[in-house]
Ligand binder design. Structure first.
Ligand code: AMP
Ligand code: ZN
Length: 473
């Protein structure tokens, strides 16, 4: 039985899927105006591990995660670079996907982009206006009327009346003084000069952030989903607002389980772009393989704050290496083993029991609100057991079974333990080779495109007598 600490109920609730054997899951994705930082990578990695565990337990998982590709920050970046919002977002979606691949994150079943879902947002806003949950102000801005939704505050366990005095001043900014209540939030806003916009019944403009997720979740997963997840900063107001929108429009519960990861911190302070205390995933991948970063993120339970430092990364690198070395040693012993390598060779009963015991302990940890820290602890116990028990006298069948158990459990966490696993460097080498081929074929246009692409990634090419060499800026 899998139990999930549900932000909504503040209890560990037994997981009961809406459809037998299936999980529908929505994870709020990044706003793409820059390279992602390792704080953004935390929800990506932990919820990927949650997804993988469901798969391991035999569930089919429909996993949707969006890209917010229209937003003030993107528009600001476009103006700064004399570019367009869509060019900025397209560029960083590509970069984000590269980082995700390097961190062993499985591609989502669907990766919707907000700008491609505008018609369904307009539909939902219309429904909310018709039902009296939203209103249009003189300038065409549409607001959600939070006092009309009686369950507002249930997810974040906040009382609206407690919220209002503090928020009053800060919420009445940016010309949003047409609100009936300071806590009302924007569903649709008029365009400003030079901004991307869409036609709507209210004004030429663009959607608010919260409506995006309500619509994309509905479109790809249905009115009610099993799990909705994201970082804990999204509980209020983002997820609270999503619930208000979706439940008012659809008339049914939005999500049964709400999962929120704690922050990745530096010196006990949240890592964030605005505080400037961040490292991009790309920065870290210059020094560490993606799997080390992944291992570090899973070394703590997702609801516990996690501190980042170079020392901690070094310690994690060394710990992961212990698992990798254990697997390599099993490979070597197996290759040189003369006994029990034929297909019918059987694993000894005692070992069979023992390995199943490790599998069970691993599952007990993961069943308990996806305790990856405990699960990694079990993997280390398995490593210790293997190191103590595998030697030249162990049969091929037993070595094989030990290796399978180790690969099986690390795979559930998405941690690759084969030797010398590639990083982003493999992509770069592939591009350089493609450029060499293009030059040979006198396709200089393609060769130049690749050179520019590499330059943008900060890769410097040098033609030497031994061929093309590369280094990072
Ligand atoms: P954003 O692009 O800021 O909307 O963030 C994308 C996702 O990353 C959200 O789920 C955030 O909650 C999460 N996130 C941002 N910063 C951190 C951090 N320092 N630690 C953990 N999660 C974070
Ligand atoms: Zn969202």
């Amino acid at each position: 039985m899998i139990r999930i600490l549900n932000t909504l109920t503040e209890r560990k609730d037994e997981f009961k899927p809406i459809s037998e054997g299936k999980v529908s899951m929505y994870v709020c994705g990044p706003t793409v105006y820059n390279l992602i930082h390792i704080g953004n990578a935390r929800p990506m990695i932990v919820f990927d591990a949650v997804r993988r565990y469901f798969l391991y337990r035999g569930y089919e998982v429909n996993f949707v995660s969006n890209f917010t590709d229209v937003d003030d920050k993107i528009i600001k970046e476009a103006i700064a670079e004399n570019s367009t919002a869509s060019e900025i977002s397209e560029r960083y979606i590509i970069e984000c996907k590269k980082d995700m691949e390097a961190m062993g994150i499985m591609p989502a079943t669907t990766n919707p982009k907000a700008t491609e879902e505008i018609p369904s947002m307009i539909e939902m806003i219309k429904t909310l206006i018709d039902k009296g949950f939203a209103y249009v102000s003189d300038d065409g801005t549409v607001y959600y009327r939070i006092r009309k939704f009686s369950r507002y505050g249930e997810l974040s366990h906040k009382n609206i009346d407690d919220l209002e005095p503090n928020s009053h001043r800060s919420l009445l900014v940016n010309g949003e003084d047409k609100k009936e209540d300071p806590l009302d939030f924007v569903l649709w806003k008029p365009k400003k000069e030079g901004e991307p916009y869409w036609e709507s019944p209210w004004c030429e403009g663009r959607p608010g952030w919260h409506i995006e997720c309500s619509c994309m979740s509905k479109r790809y997963l249905g009115d009610t989903i099993d799990i909705h997840a994201g970082g804990e900063d999204l509980i209020f107001p983002h997820h609270e607002n999503e619930i208000a929108q979706s439940e008012a429009a659809n008339g049914v519960p939005f999500a049964h389980y709400w999962m929120h990861n704690a922050f990745l911190n530096i010196n006990n302070q949240k890592m964030s772009k605005s505080l400037g205390n961040f490292f991009t995933v790309r920065d870290i991948l210059k020094e560490y393989e993606g799997r080390v970063l992944r291992f570090f993120m899973l070394s703590a339970h997702y609801r516990t704050p996690l501190n980042f430092s170079k020392e901690i990364m070094e310690a994690n690198k060394a710990s992961l290496q212990r698992i990798i070395t254990c697997c390599s040693r099993l490979n070597e012993l197996y290759d040189s083993s003369k006994i029990g390598q034929d297909e019918d060779a059987e694993i000894s009963d005692e070992l069979y029991e023992k390995l199943n015991g490790f599998r069970q302990a691993f599952c007990d940890n993961m069943d308990d609100d996806f305790n990856t820290a405990g699960a990694i602890g079990t993997i280390f116990e398995l490593v210790k057991f293997i190191n103590q028990n595998a030697d030249e006298k162990t049969s091929g069948a037993d070595l094989f079974a030990m290796r399978n158990a180790l690969l099986e459990l690390t795979e559930v966490l998405g941690i690759d333990i084969t030797e010398n696993k590639g990083s982003l460097d493999d992509d770069i080498e592939a591009l350089i080779n493609e450029r060499q081929d293009a030059r040979k074929a006198k396709d200089f246009k393609r060769a130049d495109e690749i050179r520019d692409e590499l330059k943008r990634q900060g890769i410097i090419l040098e033609d030497t007598k031994d061929g093309v060499k590369w280094r990072r800026e």
